[in-house]
Design a protein around this ligand. Structure first.
Ligand code: PLP
Length: 376
């Protein structure tokens, strides 16, 4: 028998979450962001569920090739644009749209020989200070692009630094609007957090604080994680987990008061208790820093990790199961995140929060050795 750990991708949940984005921004087209191998879910595994999006956005050229290989004929956007001149040949061949965020990329385009002009997304650095032209440089970059025979349509984009937090997006939106006001072309501004928190509802009164744009760029919500956890949970946003990571108990231990569990003896029992040993560790992508108290479902009952996460195993408290009258032993189902077979849900954000990180990092870190199935 294989080691009992298994990740399951949930097609119906992905479809539902995509629909949530559409209803949050009913007038916008949707880039389904599938970078980082669809946030660890696997591009090939999510493709069927997300193909009702208007386009796929990603940043590795080989991932763009994989989306084309799946038969996708619609738009694909390279979120960081090209890295070297020969990438433009692939853009021409595969019909990829690409971000232009710096002069070097315009130079490459100007030197590129192509019979097919490219659709580009000109990126403004409106305050994030990673990629993009400053507001001062933006219009001259637009004019330079507009004069190139290699360029077809120019769309306008920027990225928010605080869509999930207190500062919000108004300061960046105002800057973007003041510079791009009269430029033609489609706009793309919102990531997941801006889509859920700051998009203008259909038919709502004009609102300075809300984004209206032609293309939204949701990533994390598609996979069922709340972009602004713990302010809101995935349940608050009516999202469903796109992935379940499950395993089983492979051993149990009955320990006495004063006994410790795991490396470093960081957990010491203050009463006699039963401990379950789970076939999942940091080599599977479970965060090593998850402390005692990190939530976990055993037999669909909420419990906690105790002691240190090791490479191949974690140890969990079986006390809540005894209290709930649920028998636990070797073979009992353990849900690290996602949905248990009794329907109980443990949000990936809760686990991430306990470990001091985000759902994003956990899903992207799912290890290669974990088998993955689609469905269920
Ligand atoms: C990753 C990314 C997104 C999606 O972000 P989420 O927070 O996952 O919705 C959108 N736009 C750009 C430019 C990105 O790099």
């Amino acid at each position: 028998m294989p080691r009992p750990i298994l990740a399951t991708i949930h097609p119906a949940a992905l479809q539902h979450n995509l629909q949530r984005c559409r209803s949050a921004a009913p007038d916008a087209k949707v880039w389904a962001v599938v970078k980082a191998n669809a946030y660890g879910h696997g591009i090939e595994r999510v493709y069927e569920s997300l193909r009702s999006a208007d386009g796929f956005a990603l940043l590795d050229l080989d991932e763009a090739q994989r989306v084309r290989d799946l038969g996708w004929r619609g738009p694909i956007l390279l979120l960081e644009g090209v890295f070297e001149p020969r990438d433009l040949e692939l853009c021409s061949r595969l019909g990829l749209w690409h971000t232009v965020h710096c002069d070097a990329q315009i130079d490459m385009l100007a030197a590129h020989k192509t019979t097919v002009p490219h659709r580009v997304f000109l990126k403004m650095n409106s305050g994030m200070n990673r990629l993009g032209f400053t507001p001062q440089q933006y219009r001259s970059a637009w004019s330079r692009l507009n004069a190139l025979a290699q360029v077809d349509e120019i769309s306008l984009m920027t990225h928010f630094s605080d869509a999930d937090g207190e500062r919000g997006i108004a300061h960046q939106m105002q800057l973007f609007a003041s510079v791009t006001g009269d430029l033609p072309g489609e706009r793309s501004l919102s990531n997941s957090a801006a889509t859920l928190r700051h998009t203008r509802a259909a038919n709502a009164a004009p609102d300075e604080q809300a984004v209206a744009c032609d293309w939204i760029r949701p990533g994390i919500v598609l996979y069922g994680s709340a972009p602004d956890h713990p302010l809101h949970t995935s349940a608050d946003w009516e999202l469903r987990p796109g992935m379940t990571l499950a395993s089983k108990l492979i051993a149990t231990q009955a320990i006495d008061t004063g006994a410790s569990v795991g490396y470093g003896s960081t957990f010491v029992a203050d009463r006699p208790m039963h401990i379950g040993v789970v076939a999942c560790g940091y080599a599977d992508g479970y965060p090593r820093v998850a402390p005692t108290g990190t939530p976990v479902l055993v037999g669909g009952v909420r419990s906690r990790v105790v002691g240190r996460v090791s490479m191949d195993m974690i140890t969990v408290d079986l006390t809540p199961l005894a209290r709930a009258g649920v028998a636990a032993g070797i073979g009992s189902e353990v849900t690290l995140w996602g949905q248990a077979s009794n329907g109980a849900v443990l949000g990936i954000d809760e686990v991430a929060h306990a470990a001091g990180t985000l759902g994003y990092e956990l899903m992207c870190a799912l290890a290669l050795r974990v088998p993955v199935q689609v469905g269920g």
